[in-house]
Design a protein around this ligand. Structure first.
Ligand code: DX5
Ligand code: ZN
Length: 292
């Protein structure tokens, strides 16, 4: 095995790849000269680590489609296939876009190997629209054979928290964060904090040692089918690099499809709504998994 590739993948597989990439820029430029033309590796360019990942994913595609000379990149593909471990990513299916026919949608989700059902609870107080009522939510949990991941977009947290028994993620844009974290923990369920695209990540720093999950919104909350906001990628990089200090999972939510999923590899869970629920659920899930 080419020791250059070993070193490159050790950097990518480390817990703080962006720092190591910056420290080994010349070395990486020699391995992947094509990157020299890309946006370059500089302190404030959050994309550089994704240039490397993206380059490698394109190489794999190219070899698979026989566009790229297999012999030249055989190492990459073999190495990556061996290192499947960094290609894992759980998928949570959001049915917000299927609100009007959620029963049919759940039946289809039950026949996929998605990891979670992502239940968006909106009562119109935090977003313009509202979504599922408490009774519908209870019915959805009954009907679904997946673990349910509850994403609460509301300011009426006390009432809603008292009604839900699954792990609960609520928004940092609320007040009295500590109080609600404690309220949820008293129920012995997992607690997550969600953060909007335009909210600074530093707002959650005081709570990172108290929560089980960080939900990075990559769209403005309120509806499915929106475009992924690449501006949240630095949040994913920071959370990945600091993950070992705490024990949170990283979840990303909004605009994820077969193009954007390769940009959120640092997350543990990707919430996918409209890309997955438009058409054949299993086929769409396969398309996502291929690209992870
Ligand atoms: C938006 C919700 C998301 C959304 C994701 O407020 O929190 O979970 O339903 O749907 P897509 O994948 O279509 O952006
Ligand atoms: Zn959501």
């Amino acid at each position: 095995m080419n020791e250059n590739l070993e070193k490159l993948f050790d950097i990518l597989l480390s817990n703080n790849p962006s720092i190591l990439i910056r420290e080994n820029e010349d070395y990486i430029f020699n391995i992947i000269p094509e990157l020299r033309k890309s946006k370059g590796f500089n302190q404030n360019n959050p994309w550089h680590i994704y240039d490397v990942y993206d380059h490698i994913l394109h190489v794999i595609d190219g070899v698979k489609e026989n566009i790229i000379l297999k012999s030249r990149y055989e190492n990459y593909v073999k190495f990556i296939e061996e290192k499947e471990r960094w290609l894992f990513l759980k998928v949570a299916v959001s049915i917000l876009s299927e609100k009007d026919n959620y029963k049919e949608s759940i039946e289809k989700i039950n026949k996929t190997d998605a990891d979670y059902l992502h239940l968006d609870v909106m009562d119109g107080s935090f977003t313009e629209s509202s979504s599922f009522s408490l009774n519908e939510s209870k019915e959805i949990k009954e009907l679904c054979n997946k673990k349910v991941d509850v994403h609460i977009m509301s300011i009426n947290l006390k009432k809603i928290i008292s009604e839900y028994i699954n792990n609960i993620t609520f928004h940092i844009e609320n007040n009295d964060i500590e109080k609600y974290i404690d309220l949820i923990k008293e129920k012995n369920i997992k607690v997550g904090l969600a953060i909007n695209p335009d909210t600074d990540l530093s707002t959650i720093y005081p709570y990172l040692d108290k929560i089980d999950r960080v939900l990075v919104m990559s769209v403005v909350p309120g509806k499915g089918g929106q475009k992924f906001m690449g501006s949240v990628i630095p949040k994913l990089i920071y959370l990945k690099e600091n993950k070992d200090k705490y024990n949170y999972e990283i979840e990303v939510d909004g605009g994820i499809n077969k193009e954007t999923i390769s940009l959120v590899k640092n997350a543990d869970i990707a919430v996918v709504g409209s890309f997955l629920t438009n058409g054949d659920y299993n086929k769409n899930l396969e398309l996502l998994k291929e690209r992870i």
